[in-house]
Ligand binder design. Structure first.
Ligand code: C2O
Ligand code: CU
Ligand code: CU
Length: 494
């Protein structure tokens, strides 16, 4: 398991030492006649030891594993990924954050027919950007993602990044019953109108974490992926100062996070450089305290007794090399207002924050109070809990969906995303990365590219991008319950 996550740098040096034979033996990729790298992936049921000891949990996973295999691609090199559906339901794979041709985007009905059970679909694309991405289904998303179908997709740059080691944390959130099986009740309308399905077990790379072993003096590049359905995380590293070098795979000026927290909404990725400045033999906690009264220790950094011998001192944290994203031209841009609406009222939000969800749910489910509340909440929205500019696209989308907007190709567009609700929304656009221009009217001091921007309740964010990728693209909240119940739309680039 660990070998999968060692750095490309160290692996490369090992391979170089062993010459070309080792290279061929170590690479799992097939090389078909046309020379395009080929990967096979199966969406399949499996069992996973999520909670450390028996019992195992029945999951759905790529190649039956959670998370699925980490796909390491090379920037600018074409890849062919053959996905076989061994589930008993339709599926697709979406390559989250990769700027690829529309037909490869994995949205059933919109960009491809669903992959039926027993069938397969061949995805082919050339990743233009190096960085940390991930893949997941875009069909029956609550169940399929919530039962484990997700994996990291790392696109490697030509040149190695100066760090001693690389660590990947795919962080997932599960709602488990006492027997370690995944609880049913996906898509409960009550949760859909609130925070979404936040679980009770947070795993790193498919297991409840205890420690991450480190050595004093090391410089680690840590890639964080939040693959949760709904859980937002605010990670704090006790006595350590992570430096953010990439957001959603895209390089940024190295900087420390505001308020010492790494804010990581569903689907978001952050790459940090972590200098191991702790004392040998000691342990340091990594705490997630996004939900006030529900803070927990995610994992501990466990220092080896022996520090790393280093001949030359560490310099400043290096910037990652730039990705070739077209630069927005704000002077000639078109502006589009998008209002995010719906959900339950704010009072509920406060109760949720106090961790009262369970008690409240019990009371309401039993008392039949829920129907009345749901009626009130959904009044005028045709059964959906959420909407964008008064329209609600729900489920996983469907064929013939009308785009909310048509964006002129190769022009710069500004999306003014206004969160009029009492809940947080990580808003994600397919097929493009955008610059976060401003938050609540305050100009962003940094050049911050992302594909998923987290918008707090009643706040607003302006993002800009060049619509250079033709096709119909999803724009949706990545709190999966919100996506499924109306916080989703389609933007056409033509
Ligand atoms: Cu992770 Cu529609 O996306
Ligand atoms: Cu996406
Ligand atoms: Cu949302």
């Amino acid at each position: 398991m660990m070998t999968e996550y060692t750095s490309s740098m160290s692996r490369r040096s090992v391979l170089l030492a062993g010459a070309g034979v080792a290279l061929a033996a170590a690479t799992p990729w097939r090389a078909p006649a046309d020379g395009v790298r080929e990967i096979r992936l199966a969406a399949a049921p499996g069992r996973a030891l999520l909670v450390g000891s028996d019992p195992q949990t029945d999951v759905l996973g790529y190649d039956g594993k959670v998370p699925g295999p980490t796909l390491r691609l090379k920037q600018g090199q074409p890849v062919r990924i053959i996905v076989e559906n061994k589930l008993d339901q339709d599926t697709t794979v979406h390559w989250h954050g990769i700027r690829l041709p529309n037909a490869m985007d994995g949205v059933p009905g919109l960009t491809q027919p669903p992959i039926r059970p027993g069938e397969s679909f061949t995805y082919e694309f050339t990743p233009p950007d190096a960085g940390t991405f991930w893949y997941h289904p875009h069909a029956n998303s609550l169940q399929q993602l919530g039962r484990g179908l997700a994996g990291a997709l790392i696109v490697e740059a030509q040149e190695a990044y100066p760090a001693d080691r690389e660590i990947l944390w795919v962080i997932s959130d599960w709602r488990l019953r006492p027997d370690a099986q995944i609880a049913s009740g996906f898509g409960n309308p009550m949760e859909a109108g609130m925070s979404g399905r936040v679980g009770n077990a947070v795993t790193i790379n498919g297991a409840l974490p205890t420690v991450e072993s480190v050595q004093a003096g090391e410089r680690i590049r840590l890639r964080l992926v939040n693959s949760a359905l709904a859980r937002i995380m605010a990670l704090r590293f006790e006595d350590h100062r992570p430096v953010i070098v990439a957001i959603d795979g895209q390089p940024c000026d190295p900087h420390e996070p505001e308020g010492d927290h790494l804010l990581l909404g569903p689907a978001m990725r952050i790459d940090v450089v972590l200098d191991m400045v702790g004392e040998p033999g000691r342990r340091y906690r990594v705490v997630d305290d996004f939900y006030d009264d529900l803070a927990y220790t995610l994992v501990q950094l466990a220092y080896d007794e022996k520090p790393l011998e280093r001949r030359t001192p560490l310099g400043a944290v290096a910037r990652l090399s730039e990705n070739p994203i077209p630069e927005p031209d704000l002077a000639s841009s078109e502006r589009h207002e998008l209002a995010l609406q719906g959900g339950m009222m704010s009072g509920m939000g406060r109760m949720m924050g106090d961790g009262m969800m369970d008690r409240m749910m019990d009371g309401m489910m039993g008392g039949g109070m829920m129907d009345g509340m749901m009626d009130g909440m959904m009044g005028g929205m045709g059964g959906a809990a959420w909407s964008i500019n008064g329209t609600s696209m729900s489920g996983d989308g469907h064929a013939g969906m009308k785009p909310l907007l048509t964006l002129k190709r190769d022009r710069t567009h500004i999306l003014a995303l206004r969160n009029e609700t009492a809940w947080w929304h990580p808003m994600h656009l397919h097929g493009h990365s955008f610059l976060v221009l401003s938050r609540n009217g305050t100009r962003n001091p940094r050049r911050e590219w992302s594909d998923t921007v987290l918008i707090p309740p009643r706040k607003f964010v302006d993002v800009a991008f060049v619509a250079d990728n033709p096709g119909d693209w999803m724009l949706h909240c990545h709190v999966t319950d919100h996506q499924m119940s109306g916080l989703m739309t389609v933007l056409r680039v033509a």
